[in-house]
Design a binder for this molecule. Structure first.
Ligand code: SMO
Length: 761
């Protein structure tokens, strides 16, 4: 793959520089330590017996042979688990019927892969062998489909006179989009290790939300928070799939408490596809009323989300986000948005990189293209006609969201200029004349980057170094690198002088974690505030030894000097030792600040993707010939990290658009239970991309930054799907649904859209 573009260094200080990732030397030389690398003395291994059917009544469970097997310490079933509390579901919408996790199924199983029994043994092999000996008698029940499914969420968003808008419309266009279920597919599958000693529980989870996991453990196991420590060691990717606690995590912790020994479980790839939360899976329908000259008068949308058989903490987030982000970057007279969620016989469906943003964007961008076709206006032009103008920020959307800043017109102008758009269209016409199947597609997107608060702390240590703590965790984004740059600029020191700690509830103040593209905007904002508070302390402390006015002090990597060449320097170490003496641990804190930062609103990133595709007429094979991407992430903290986030998100966005799809059969059996059956993009599938940027700083946080983590899953699929539909337009192929496999495209070229046999939609 080839990445070109203009996200380059712009810095005077450390922010804006492509500082190399400080994490990588350790990680790429095999010195990372993931959950599975930890093996405490006497650790037991846990294996689950999982349901083989999609729905059924448990008649009996026979654990006798398993209990007698060599190495087996215990076999647990639901009968052993009475009296435990419930996991939490985030009540982000009013009308929710929460369905918390069950560690082990009781009378009924509701999905293939649902844990039924847990076997604990002295070795992993013994646990696996014994799990085979557990006999579960299940009477299969029919799957609940359609209206039989339990509705667990319902929400409506209305604004303006929607009936009038449609009555006045010169044109109405409509689109239906099906989002396949997707696997978040972290390189490291989920893993949990717990050790209960005395009355204190330590749990190592592969998680992006250690504090939330601790709260859940306390609630479910009935332990005080003070008796639980959750550690997220190195985490090999998460993408939303590790943001909520799982039955397996709780089971490991409970078993350790019950047995008084460390217990570990690490998922296999197969179990991950079967029982880790899936993403997307929703169906969206939208219709848009337009005036004769192409202005959008109103948007009606119906969003339906399947939720799987239980609801993780963030279960409601995709539905809520999809609803609140509509109508995207556009000014729309009136909206009427209805959202529903239903339980389904499969793995829990939760957040996955984008979490509702891709759904909102795909619907709007498909509608815009349909409108352009109907009115015979260029797709860029119809977007331009309806954009929220740059002088309208902060802009309150019809859904009551406040978009903080942006310049969507400039995104489009830049995409047009960089792609030589007029020439692209002219060339497309010439190639069509010559019989080629070629298309151009645009995806314009907005990306909300988190609400609420995050915590941060920073200390000056006796040895003159600094230690910063953040409630934002890390799963490979380069958090330590980025945050060291923030601290370096805030204190005028070198990034090497500060260590960044995260992910351990014993070391880090209570925080939210890393999700929703929020870490740099809100977690980074918290870090700036913590540094500001420490600066004040330093100034107070240094003014006296330097015998000067506090206002004239200057910080540098060497320490603090009295400004204006007036004289003395007190080194960081000397300053610390003057405060707390020379005896003791070098990392003892001489000065320390800790803050909770509440963001003044939400930062909304945005961008415009443009794809040029060509289709082989004989085979339906799709080639992405050009990808241009103009992103606005506000102020850029580290161009290298931004690029990594954008390109990584793009890989997963292309995965959804082109190949990924979780499939259950009509009995609720997972047909895509391995990487032989579930297609994820490989390096060879990645096209070249040119990335450009514009920068509209966010006023919602002290850094002016916005998120980038999810952008690639949001804008890229919309551009690619629009490009393929554009390519197929002369064939009157109708509305193709993702993933756009060669088979589907080939069938469309033959004038048949093909059929899908997925149940439960
Ligand atoms: S899908 Mo994200 O980790 O909020």
């Amino acid at each position: 793959m080839d990445v070109t573009g203009a996200i380059g260094d712009t810095a005077n200080g450390w922010m804006g520089r492509s500082v190399l990732r400080r994490e990588d030397r350790r990680l790429v030389t095999g010195r990372g330590a993931y959950v599975d690398d930890h093996l405490p003395e006497g650790c037991l291994h846990l294996e689950f017996v999982r349901s083989q059917v999609g729905h059924g009544k448990i008649l009996s469970i026979d654990c006798d042979s398993a209990r007698e097997a060599e190495g087996v310490v215990a076999v647990f079933t639901a009968a052993d688990l009475d009296g435990l509390g419930d996991s939490a579901v985030n009540f982000l919408l009013a009308d929710i019927a929460p369905t918390p996790l069950r560690m082990l199924a009781g009378d009924v199983v509701s999905a293939a892969g649902q844990p039924i029994a847990a076997v604990v043994a002295t070795s992993l092999a013994a646990a696996r062998d014994a799990a085979e000996l557990v006999y579960v008698d299940i009477e299969p029940l029919p799957l609940l489909v359609g209206d039989e499914r339990k509705q667990v969420l319902s929400h409506g968003l209305q604004s303006g006179e929607i009936e009038d808008a449609f009555a006045a419309a010169a044109h109405v266009v409509s689109v239906e989009v099906e989002h396949s279920l997707l696997a978040p597919m972290a390189l490291e599958p989920r893993a949990a290790l717990a050790s209960f000693e005395g009355d204190f529980l330590t749990a190592w989870f592969s998680t992006q939300t250690p504090n939330r996991a601790r709260d859940d453990l306390a609630r479910i196991l009935g332990l005080p928070l003070a008796q639980i420590r959750v550690v997220a060691p190195d985490v090999g990717g998460a993408f939303g799939g590790k943001a909520s606690i799982y039955p397996e995590d709780v089971m490991v912790a409970w078993a350790s408490k019950e047995l008084g020994r460390p217990v570990k479980w690490c998922s296999t790839r197969g179990d991950e596809l079967l029982a880790a939360s899936h993403g997307r899976g929703g169906t969206t329908y939208g219709e848009m009323a337009l005036s004769a000259d192409g202005k959008v008068l109103g948007l009606r949308a119906r969003l339906s989300f399947r939720q799987g058989h239980w609801m993780p903490f963030s279960a409601v987030v995709p539905a809520r986000n999809a609803g609140r982000i509509l109508p995207g970057p556009y000014r729309v007279g009136a909206v009427d948005i209805g959202i529903k969620g239903f339980l389904s016989h499969g793995a829990a469906v939760g957040i996955y990189r984008g979490a509702g943003r891709p759904e909102a964007t795909m619907l709007m961008e498909r509608l815009m293209d349909e409108a352009a076709r109907k009115l015979a206006i260029d797709p860029m032009e119809i977007r331009r006609l309806n954009l929220i103008p740059a002088d309208a920020f902060p802009y309150k959307t019809p859904n009551g969201e406040v978009l903080d800043s942006g310049n969507y017109g400039l995104l489009i102008e830049k995409a047009i200029a960089c792609s030589d758009y007029a020439e692209l269209r002219a060339r497309q016409a010439r190639r069509r004349e010559a019989g080629e199947v070629v298309g151009i597609g645009v995806g314009l997107y907005i990306e909300p980057c988190g609400q609420g608060w995050e915590s941060a702390g920073i200390s000056l240590c006796r040895d003159g170094s600094f230690v910063a703590t953040t409630g934002s965790s890390a799963q490979g984004q380069g958090r330590e690198t980025a945050f060291s740059q923030i601290v370096a600029d805030a204190l005028s020191i070198s990034p090497d002088r500060v260590a960044i700690k995260h992910g351990d509830t014993a070391e880090v103040p209570s925080g939210i974690g890393a999700l929703a593209s929020r870490s740099t905007a809100i977690g980074g904002g918290a870090m700036v505030r913590a540094c500001d508070a420490l600066c004040e302390q330093i100034v107070q402390a240094a003014a006296e030894p330097l015998e000067c006015d506090a206002g004239s002090l200057v910080f540098s990597d060497d320490g603090v000097t009295a400004g204006y060449g007036a004289g003395g320097l007190v080194s960081w170490r000397d300053l610390a030792e003057q405060l707390i003496g020379t005896d003791g641990d070098p990392k003892d804190q001489a000065l320390s600040s800790s803050v909770v930062f509440h963001a003044d609103g939400e930062a909304w990133a945005s961008g415009c993707c443009l794809a040029v595709v060509a289709i082989d007429r004989d085979t339906g094979v799709l080639a992405i010939e050009q990808l241009l991407w103009v992103d606005d992430a506000g102020r850029i903290l580290n161009p290298l990290l931004v690029r990594g986030q954008l390109v990584g998100g793009m890989a997963q966005g292309l995965g959804e658009a082109l190949m990924e799809r979780i499939v259950y059969d009509e009995d609720g059996q997972l047909l895509t239970g391995s990487l032989m059956d579930y297609a994820v993009p490989r390096a060879i599938d990645m096209p070249s991309v040119r990335i450009e940027k514009i920068e509209t700083p966010s006023p919602t946080n002290p850094l002016g930054v916005k998120g980038v983590g999810e952008a690639g899953c949001i804008g890229i699929p919309a551009a690619v799907v629009n490009a393929v539909n554009d390519a197929l337009a002369p064939f009157r192929a109708g509305n193709l649904q993702m993933p756009l496999t060669s088979e589907k495209i080939w069938l469309a070229l033959q004038g048949s859209a093909g059929t899908d046999n997925q149940v439960d939609d």
